[in-house]
Design a protein around this ligand. Structure first.
Ligand code: GLC
Length: 543
């Protein structure tokens, strides 16, 4: 396997609970993943990233960890993990695991010890315990709000039964934040990194990588009403503090003591690509998610700007840009790109939301958007099910929902369950092949039979075949390692660029766009109109 693979890799996100369920209990597992890995090899991805499968009470779908060095029985055992990793490597697929260092579960032994100890103790010092404000300490230490809604502080009861200190949780109250100024916390995470590196993982996706260090004094902060769930107007006292970079410099050094090009990828929701690029300076992480790209409207001028800016900002620090359109925290792009109303990230969409999207238009646009993304130089992230053209599951019944956002805000926001529904494999099997028993932790929409992998495999023009073809050409023609050059002038409602020998043309306007004489179309995201590129369609061509 060649070095610096992460500069151009296609990384496929597996959301383990919704990928494939071998045990039949309705929640996906590691054995299920192992059994289905060949389909990812056939798709043509280089790497899989697994969302958390470590021991957890699953209050936030595993992003609330009790044991960082073990597998939750829901997903299997460490032996199942080793078997999955070995099988992936055998198939030439690398494996990245999710690391959640900002907070643990409240069931973590450290937090339980902290609760059982007195204020000021070593045990409390691993988390962010503070005295409340007001005469009797009955007001939270500051006004911070949880990303999932409601206050970011919860008050504990001390051993003598009296109301006591408060602890910080930027997310759910079951997810207490660690205190990263504490060397013991830092050492513990070095141990966790080594544990997985020793097992052979190729790297880590680092959860909330911009949040570990909080501003001295914990000053009050109020985000704007319509902010995305991780958004805000800078400076935000809990995002992007300078001290956080030391943690990653330290981790980078640790990774470099291992062979085989192991990587760190930052989940850092920051408003500009220049800021995100600070996480991938030469001595820090290797990659950072480009959420500015994900959040961009389907508009040629907007895309041209964000692509140009991303390449400039990441290249300025010697890192590749990454590109992403979907993940387990956002509305799937086959739905998002045709929404008539604005949905801040994390708020979700449901049966009573305004601005219901047109599914046909959404998928058509999503295919065009993916064909643009996979042509961009750098590394691309795919989210399970997008290769099937899956839309967001909007009509989940209220009683099925599980996202903490839904509970904390009493249904005021739907949250992220709609993008987390178990994916379909075979149209005529129970749970569309997700589990033998037909069990599924979130109900699958009835019309998902048509999206099942077996219905699309080998079918010319299907979304699955489009993804396969894009990935094959991307690899064979060295697209991701080429330099991007804009083709000018182009009509206002088009985007056109060259990457190596491939020219990419996307049409956003109503009038079909003619290609130059002699153009040889390599792949198109939709049917052409007499050789011309119609509305919301992208082609890769030699011209
Ligand atoms: C990240 C994860 C998200 C989780 C949150 C708290 O944003 O992607 O799913 O809820 O962190 O860990």
């Amino acid at each position: 396997m060649n070095s610096q693979w992460w500069r151009s890799a296609v990384i496929y996100q597996i959301y383990p609970r919704s990928f494939a369920d071998a045990s039949g209990d309705g929640v996906g597992d590691l054995e299920g993943i192992t059994a289905r890995l060949t389909s990812l090899r056939d798709l043509g991805v280089d790497v899989v990233w697994l969302s958390p499968f470590m021991t957890s009470p699953q209050k936030d779908a595993g992003y609330d960890v009790t044991d960082y060095c073990d597998v939750d029985p829901l997903f299997g055992t460490l032996a199942d993990f080793d078997a999955m990793l070995a099988r992936a490597h055998e198939l030439g697929i690398r494996v990245i695991v999710d690391l959640v260092p900002n907070h643990s579960s409240d069931q973590h032994v450290w937090f339980q010890e902290a609760l059982a100890s007195v204020p000021g103790s070593r045990e409390r010092g691993r988390y962010m315990f503070r005295e409340g404000r007001g005469e009797d300490g009955s007001l939270p230490p500051n006004n911070w709000q949880s990303i999932f809604g409601g206050p970011a502080w919860t008050r504990v009861t001390e051993k003598d039964g009296a109301p006591g200190e408060w602890y910080l949780h930027l997310f759910d109250s079951s997810q207490p934040d660690f205190d990263w100024s504490n060397e013991e916390v830092r050492e513990e995470f070095r141990r966790v990194l080594r544990f997985w590196l020793d097992r052979g993982v190729d790297g880590f996706r680092v959860d909330v990588a911009h949040g570990l260090v909080k501003q001295e004094g914990l000053p009050d902060y109020t985000p704007p009403e319509d902010a995305d769930s991780m958004g805000g107007v800078e400076p935000v006292p809990y995002w992007g503090q300078e001290g956080v970079h030391d943690v990653y410099r330290d981790w980078r050094k640790l990774l470099e003591t291992y062979d085989g090009d192991r990587v760190l990828c930052a989940e850092a929701w920051l408003p500009t690509v220049d800021e995100i690029a600070q996480w991938v300076r030469p001595d820090e992480m290797h990659q950072a998610f480009n959420f500015e790209y994900l959040m961009s409207d389907w508009d040629p001028a907007v895309l041209r700007t964000v692509i140009t800016e991303s390449l400039r900002a990441f290249h300025a620090v010697g890192a590749p840009s990454t590109w992403v359109l979907s993940n387990h925290d956002v509305i799937r792009h086959a739905t998002r790109l045709s929404l008539a109303a604005d949905f801040p990230q994390g708020h979700g969409i449901g049966p009573r939301s305004p601005g219901r999207p047109d599914q046909g238009e959404g998928l058509h646009r999503a295919r065009a958007a993916t064909a643009v993304m996979l042509a961009l130089p750098g590394s691309a992230y795919l989210y399970q099910g997008e290769e099937l053209g899956l839309p967001e599951a909007i009509d989940l019944p209220d009683e099925a929902r599980q996202d903490p956002t839904w509970f904390r805000l009493k249904g005021e926001r739907y949250g992220r369950d709609g993008c987390r529904v178990p994916i379909p494999w075979e149209s005529d099997r129970p749970a569309f092949g997700f589990s033998e028993t037909g069990a599924s932790w979130l109900p699958q929409p009835d019309d998902w039979a048509a999206f099942a992998r077996d219905q699309q495999s080998g079918l010319a023009g299907s979304t699955l075949e489009l993804y396969r073809e894009l990935l094959r050409l991307r690899r064979d023609l060295g697209v991701a390692t080429s330099e991007l050059k804009w083709i000018d002038p182009m009509p206002d409602d088009a985007l056109a660029f060259r990457v190596g020998e491939v020219s990419v043309v996307a049409n956003f306007g109503a009038d079909p766009l003619a290609l130059p004489d002699g153009a040889e179309v390599l792949v198109a995201s939709g049917a052409l109109d007499d050789g011309r590129v119609p509305y919301d369609t992208t082609v890769w061509a030699r011209m």
